[in-house]
Design a protein around this ligand. Structure first.
Ligand SMILES: Nc1ncnc2c1ncn2[C@@H]1O[C@H](COP(=O)(O)OP(=O)(O)O)[C@@H](O)[C@H]1O
Ligand SMILES: CC(=O)N[C@@H](CCC(=O)OP(=O)(O)O)C(=O)O
Length: 300
């Protein structure tokens, strides 16, 4: 009986989301285990089977680190962005646009969907400009790191119309043809905002936003954009979570309905979030829409 209850719950959500676009940012931290990767991809394929339009934007920070390590190089991060010199941008492009992108494409295709891998450079999809950290007077140069200037969504829309899942590597270009490394969270946020996606889902290796990252006791279930920005200012949200939350905020401002931060290591986290009443992870919504801001201790 329990199974039937869950199924009937799911059917109501499937109807609600039928024909809707959902952007899934698949982060490198939740890609390190092959079994987990297979499961995450299978769930994304299932979204396609039930009539949604998934768009995948992937990261691959750990895979870049591995390749840098093999080549005897290291890199540091500033405010969640990899400082990217000339040699590093070549490695980033090779790893993200090649290995990581094609692995995801193969897995999706193996699971019965048709996926096509592209980078933001293809068809000038992601136009970028050089990003600096800090204010004008004290700005820090972090090399070939870009910030999104604009997204031309035509290629994505063409692929979606053809029944194909676009798999996007977070690289951008400018009018001169330079290549920029862009944190995948920002790319996902911009793509979701441009497509006016019903949902943006960020898959990572943590259950959502914790009140205290060192203690990992209490997870924030739901919060609004202003509160989220305040948590960054207060340092409660730090490191790799900063680009995620900034991307969530900008996508909501651009018309995305809801964003979710989920742990890819939890079994069927995407399906549980989309198709069950309980939901998991942290949801960020536009101001005035917070309904259930209860914090909770994560239940396994
Ligand atoms: N308040 C917070 N709650 C949860 N995670 C946080 C928080 N502040 C910082 N983090 C860090 O953000 C990390 C996720 O970002 P990141 O490592 O860039 O992942 P990904 O590769 O999935 O993009 C978490 O593993 C955690 O260490
Ligand atoms: C500028 C910048 O930091 N770019 C990222 C791009 C990959 C990424 O975002 O990967 P995750 O989602 O796995 O963190 C990087 O070089 O690591």
């Amino acid at each position: 009986m329990e199974d039937v209850k869950i199924l009937s719950q799911a059917l109501a959500y499937i109807r609600e989301f039928h024909g809707k676009t959902v952007v899934i940012k698949y982060g490198g931290n939740a890609m390190r285990d092959e079994e987990i990767k297979e499961k995450v991809i299978r769930d994304i394929a299932l979204l396609k089977y039930v009539g949604m339009f998934p768009v995948v934007v992937h990261g691959g920070g750990p895979a870049i680190n591995n390749m840098l390590h093999k080549l005897g190089k290291t890199s540091e991060f500033k405010r969640g962005n990899r400082v990217t010199d000339r040699e590093t941008i070549e490695i980033v492009e090779m790893v993200l646009g090649g290995k990581v992108n094609k692995e995801i494409v193969s897995l999706l295709n193996k699971n019965g969907t048709r996926a096509v891998g592209i980078t933001g450079k293809d068809s000038n999809m992601i136009m970028a400009e050089k990003k600096y950290i800090g204010s004008n007077e004290e700005r820090i140069d972090i090399g070939y790191v870009g910030q999104v200037e604009g997204i031309d969504a035509e290629i994505i829309e063409n692929l979606l119309e053809a029944g194909i899942i676009p798999v996007i590597a977070p690289l951008g270009t400018d009018k001169k043809g330079n290549t920029y490394n862009i944190n995948a969270d920002y790319v996902a946020g911009e793509v979701a905002g441009t497509l006016k996606a019903a949902k943006l889902i960020l898959i990572t290796d943590t259950d959502g936003i914790y009140e205290d990252i060192d203690d990992k006791g209490t997870l924030i279930k739901e919060l609004g954009v202003e509160e989220a920005a305040k948590l960054i200012e207060e340092g409660i949200i730090c490191g790799g979570m900063i680009p995620k939350v900034e991307a969530c905020i900008s996508s909501l401002k651009n018309g995305v309905e809801k964003v979710h931060i989920l742990n890819g290591e939890r079994e069927h986290s995407i399906l549980r979030e989309l198709f069950t009443e309980s939901g998991i992870g942290t949801m960020i919504v536009g101001n005035g829409e917070v309904k259930n801001a209860n914090k909770y201790l994560y239940q396994t």
